[in-house]
Write a protein that binds this ligand. Structure first.
Ligand code: XLS
Ligand code: MG
Length: 345
């Protein structure tokens, strides 16, 4: 498969048992090493990790044990010809962080969050990556009066500063999301993420990750969110996926709901040399209805569709586009794009 210089990544959580808030697993759990085999076969180059994907139960382990397990995971990864793209601290599952991690009102919870993230940084280092993605899952509120949003923002800056200090090589990409699990989150969009990074003492080491579905949940166009980050040179990774209107975070396979929006994401990335800037990460869930033996096709489809869309981006008659823009004939441009997408000459 021609990959046009792109490198692809996915997380082990993207091969899942199909459990949801309303029902138990419907497919067997697949061991990590087998997931590596599957991802490699599907054409992926790298794996994204939550800290505990790489080192299970890390809260119960010593610093030495954590490093040793991380090294073992890295070896398994290398045995399958894969790299680690990033490590993300899973700060939303421990009962301690029920009301937030870095922005929790309780000081002991904020201390835990920092401690846990430092462990995730140690893991990243052992895994051979300097990139950490932070998804601020529970940094927000259900009840607006429950936290002071100005204080919460300060706390986020302080936490980021402490992490940047802990490892002078570390680069942090914030993955914004407007809601879920919280009703309202503090860093809902890419603009917030970039602004927050600029408040730290090492803004050059602060970047962002745009997830298509998260932008859609914020009512925004994912390609514009990517474009904004690209213009600041802050788009360090993406989570391509799709979302069928404003509901729970669906993580549908890339392009399966809105093909034109997917085309525009591929277009902004390809026109701005993203193949030289970062990896094409996907964050996609197999449908719960998918039978176990075929429950990786969402990954295959996302990767293949991205590459097909890159071909369509490159074969678009740009001279025609420019002429229509010059004539301000945007309705004709509309039809040109639609015809191009459905393969009508
Ligand atoms: C959830 C997020 C999560 C992050 C990684 O909505 O997308 O999967 O990507 O922690
Ligand atoms: Mg994501």
């Amino acid at each position: 498969m021609e990959k046009y210089g792109y490198r692809f990544s996915a997380g082990p959580w993207n091969i899942s048992t199909g459990a949801d808030p309303f029902g138990p697993p419907v497919r067997p759990e697949i061991p990590l090493a087998e997931k590596f085999v599957i991802l490699k076969q599907l054409g992926f180059d790298a794996v994204q990790f939550h800290d505990d994907d790489a080192v299970p139960d890390l809260d119960a382990l010593s610093a030495d044990q954590i490093r040793r397990t991380a090294r073992e995971t890295r070896q398994k990864l290398a045995d399958h010809g894969l790299d680690a793209e990033f490590v993300a601290p899973r700060l939303w599952e421990n009962p301690l962080t029920v009301d937030g991690a870095f922005t929790a009102n309780a000081p002991e919870v904020r201390a835990y969050a920092l401690e846990r993230t430092r462990k995730a940084i140690d893991i990243a280092r052992e895994m051979g990556t300097s990139l950490m993605v932070i998804w601020l899952a529970r940094e927000g509120t259900y009840i607006r009066e429950a936290k002071d949003a100005v204080v919460a923002t300060e706390r986020l800056v302080q936490a980021l500063n402490a992490l940047l200090e802990y490892d002078p090589e570390l680069r942090i990409a914030i993955e914004p999301k407007p809601n879920e699990p919280m009703d309202l989150s503090y860093i809902p969009t890419i603009g917030h993420a970039i602004a927050l990074g600029m408040r730290t003492h090492a803004p050059a080491r602060m970047g962002a990750l745009v997830e298509s579905a998260h932008a859609l949940l914020a009512g925004l166009d994912p390609s514009d969110e990517m474009a904004f980050a690209l213009s600041f040179d802050k788009l360090w990774s993406v989570h391509l996926n799709d979302q069928n209107s404003l509901k729970f975070d669906q993580d549908r396979a890339f392009g399966t709901v809105n093909l034109r929006a997917a085309f525009n994401q591929a277009r902004v990335l390809d026109r701005h040399d993203f193949y030289d800037r970062g990896m094409i990460g996907v964050d996609v869930k197999a449908l719960r209805t998918q039978a176990p033996e075929v429950a990786t096709k969402h990954l295959r489809n996302s990767l293949e569709l991205f590459l097909r869309l890159v071909e369509l981006v490159r074969s678009l008659d740009q001279a025609k586009v420019d002429a229509l823009i010059a004539a301000r004939d945007y309705e004709e441009l509309d039809l040109l794009i639609l015809n191009h997408l459905i393969g009508c000459p």
